[in-house]
Design a protein around this ligand. Structure first.
Ligand code: DON
Length: 570
């Protein structure tokens, strides 16, 4: 099932008669003097901002924002999934938290394959076996233990109140509810939450109350991480797994630990790039692409001109090939050449192979008829800066929209389908972009490779830009283009986010263009260089912040590709 969220792509406030859409994207950023949250839901941004107004740190605000999103943005906000947090303090200290899901102990390399070696019934993406051991609560808790100022319970409370009181839903949840009505027999525990009654789907503007989720959040509020991984919540989850034929056990939950990792770092035209290391491929691939592009005078070539798009594509092609060949969970891949991949020398070598007006070929002619697998935009990113200038860039996800679409009976939260991010068929790389390389094959307790790219751009140690996006493998390219739009083309953060984007991922050898915003002549010149184009409606939902070094003014922008996104500051 694919939910194609309707594109809200207006430079004006989108109004509707029967519900309050708050989508706020546009070319003019929100300004604030003290602090800012930019997220995919206005209630989450406002709750995070209010925590900082009460003295909370950027990490405190990210705990609140993340829990509120778990209530108001059930397609991606979560406690049943995982993600990454990148942190940089005002004085240059940086770190990351890895709370990516893990394969259960009972997982095997070929667990999704039939006797012929083919994937059985899309089971790596659909159904209870697609669920990885969730990491979100452990990650938020760990980050709070190190950088929190306010009490954990006070940070979880706003989400509980919204879950109990309810909130008006957007067309995106209406779309899910409408689909669910047709599929309620397959997803009965989900139907009990996301339908109005057995015969009726929720409509935009209806109030969604989530009492079971509120009770789970109360256990997390009162017991911290143990409120999820032990006790009643763990019992509900593992009983449900047993009843449904799943493999996640109490031991899997007890063993789950979030990790604090050193960020991966690079530089671009005098700015420092601080991003997520493996098990996300995001930071590594982003830095590799920026290093390649640094050798070209992009600003002279013009924003989104065919020539600049060609150079972007060639950088993408090369870095995504390395992603597939080398990257996976570092706990299972000791020899990943991260230093080389992110070095200026390696980028200079790769740059030599780029012809100024001629597309390279990704691989053998076998791949020429490829089409891109749809990457739903449903993951979610938020960016935060607090009054001291400390920054958080956090992306987390259930994988596809609403993850596995399975709610844990009695616990009220959706489970991820993140196991689909492993390479499912060992050794098999094909025309649709399916990768079979070794570093990201399934092993018990391994984390699946991600593309999530929460990133902070700094100057002389101080955060100046906080950026990230959903969109599966497109994420890294979305983040790349926002950064280039600000640094090379001098766009403000809102313009940089609104600009149309492209995506190339090595295989298949085709470039996806957003269908709005590129001129026919640009596309023609680009194609004449030998590139193949495919049109898609949207790429990502970037949420960003820019801090002007001179004035200290903070600019926030929520991508108008989201329904309910908002930058909220004070
Ligand atoms: O971790 C990842 O890269 C993906 N699971 C993120 C998923 C996403 O952005 C939604 N679209 N596929």
């Amino acid at each position: 099932m694919l939910l194609y969220p309707r594109l809200v792509f207006s430079f004006f406030l989108v109004l509707s008669v029967n519900f309050p859409i708050i989508a706020q994207g546009g070319r003019i950023p929100v300004r604030a003097e003290n602090a800012m949250v930019s997220s995919s839901h206005y209630l989450a941004s406002e709750a995070g901002r209010d925590i900082m107004a009460r003295g909370g740190s950027a990490v405190d605000a990210s705990v609140t924002t993340a829990f509120v999103l778990a209530v108001t943005l059930p397609s991606a906000g979560n406690i049943g999934g995982g993600g990454f947090l990148v942190y940089q303090s005002a004085n240059g200290e940086s770190t990351t938290f890895n709370f990516r899901e893990k394969a259960p102990l009972a997982a095997t390399k070929t667990m999704y394959l039939d006797e012929e070696g083919k994937i059985k019934d899309n089971s790596n993406h659909e159904g209870i076996l697609a669920v990885g051991v969730p990491g979100t609560v452990a990650g938020l808790y760990k980050a709070h233990q190190k950088y929190g100022k306010l009490k954990w319970a006070d940070l979880v409370q706003p989400a509980i109140e919204i879950a109990e009181k309810g909130f008006p839903i957007s067309p995106e949840i209406e779309g899910f509810s409408t689909w669910l009505l047709q599929n309620k027999e397959v997803y009965p525990s989900t139907a009990r939450i996301f339908l109005k009654d057995e015969q009726t789907a929720l409509r935009s503007g209806d109030t969604l109350v989530q009492q079971d989720l509120a009770e789970t959040l109360k256990r997390i509020r009162d017991k911290g991480s143990d409120g999820f991984y032990k006790g009643k919540t763990a019992g509900l989850l593992t009983d449900f797994m047993k009843a449904e034929g799943g493999i996640i056990t109490r031991e899997d939950l007890r063993n789950y630990e979030a990790q604090e990792l050193d960020p991966i770092k690079g530089s671009y035209r005098g700015y420092e790039i601080i991003s997520m290391p493996p098990p996300s491929s995001g930071g590594t691939v982003l830095i590799e692409m920026l290093n390649i592009l640094e050798g070209f005078d992009l600003s002279k070539k013009g924003h989104n001109s065919a020539e600049s798009l060609h150079l972007l594509t060639e950088a993408m092609r090369r870095a995504y090939a390395d992603r597939a060949l080398f990257l996976g969970d570092p706990d299972f891949n000791e020899a990943m050449p991260l230093e080389k991949l992110t070095s200026k020398e390696y980028a200079a070598d790769l740059r030599q192979s780029i012809e100024p007006h001629r597309a390279s070929v990704s691989d053998s002619a076998n791949f020429s008829e490829a089409h891109l697998i749809y990457e739903s935009p449903q993951t979610t990113h938020f960016s935060i800066v607090d009054p001291e200038g400390n920054a958080v860039s956090l992306t987390y996800t259930l994988e596809q929209s609403y993850g596995s679409k399975i709610v844990v009976e009695g616990a009220g939260f959706l489970l991820n389908n993140e196991m689909g991010d492993f390479n499912p068929i060992p050794g098999h790389t094909d025309t649709r972009g399916l990768i079979g390389t070794e570093p990201n094959q399934i092993e018990p307790e391994k984390r699946m490779l991600s593309s999530m790219s929460p990133t902070i751009v700094a100057k002389e140690g101080r955060p100046v830009m906080i950026i990230g996006s959903p969109g599966g493998r497109t994420i890294i390219n979305t983040v790349l283009q926002v950064i280039v739009n600000v640094i090379d083309y001098n766009l403000n953060i809102a313009e940089a986010i609104e600009s149309p984007r492209i995506h190339h991922q090595w295989l298949p050898d085709v470039t996806r263009f957003e269908d709005w915003g590129f001129s026919p002549d640009t596309k023609r010149i680009y194609q004449e260089m030998g590139h193949e184009i495919e049109l898609r409606s949207v790429q990502g939902q970037a949420m960003g912040i820019y801090i002007d070094k001179e004035s200290g003014m903070i600019f926030g922008a929520a991508d108008s590709r989201s329904y309910d996104g908002k930058a909220a500051g004070y």
